[in-house]
Design a protein. Structure first.
Length: 177
């Protein structure tokens, strides 16, 4: 992970919500660039290298039929410093077994290589599917409490938590919505 700027990969899938995906992209991309322009009228330099990645580099439609054009396929990306998994629209009573095979394999790989793995809201379901939350607590949407109990009994969902930093030193951070 030797980058000029910290690299952040936002993982997108067909179940991603466009508002969270592009909201995160916009906010993270503006770090360092926005404030100087607002205060001095001169553009600043972006402090983060932010990209949207997906199982393939091909454009696809996410939840709400919004077009997503990934900057790269997960297999084409150099090791990022941070991976952010945004929310995933998936039914609260259906285990996503077999879904996200490419994404979960990649998450396990980059985590093993030292990337910080984070999730927003129901992105924790994808982390649980990857096995990255086994033996850990996590924050997620409270409505997924029963799914976690049934499908991921080795994960302790904290249904009232907004942010779970308990495993930050282990390279995992989860947030609810």
């Amino acid at each position: 992970m030797t980058h000029d700027r910290p690299s952040i990969a936002i993982l997108a899938a067909a179940e991603s919500s466009a508002s969270v995906l592009y909201g995160l992209y916009d906010v993270l991309l503006s770090v360092g660039a926005m404030y100087p322009e607002m205060t001095t009228g001169k553009s600043g330099d972006a402090l983060l290298d932010v990209s949207i990645v997906a199982a393939t580099g091909e454009p696809f439609r996410c939840f709400g039929n919004v077009l997503v054009e990934p900057g790269a396929a997960v297999g084409e990306l150099n090791l990022p410093d941070v991976v952010v998994v945004g929310d995933m629209y998936t039914p609260i009573d259906v285990v996503p077994e077999g879904r996200w095979a490419v994404e979960t394999a990649w998450l396990r790989q980059v985590y093993a290589q030292g990337a910080l793995i984070t999730s927003v809201c129901t992105g924790s379901v994808l982390l649980a599917q990857a096995g990255l939350l086994d033996g850990r607590t996590c924050a997620s949407h409270w409505a997924y409490r029963d799914l976690f109990k049934a499908a991921y009994p080795e994960v302790t969902l904290l249904p009232n938590a907004i942010l779970d930093l308990r495993h930050e030193r282990d390279g995992i951070i989860t947030a609810a919505a």
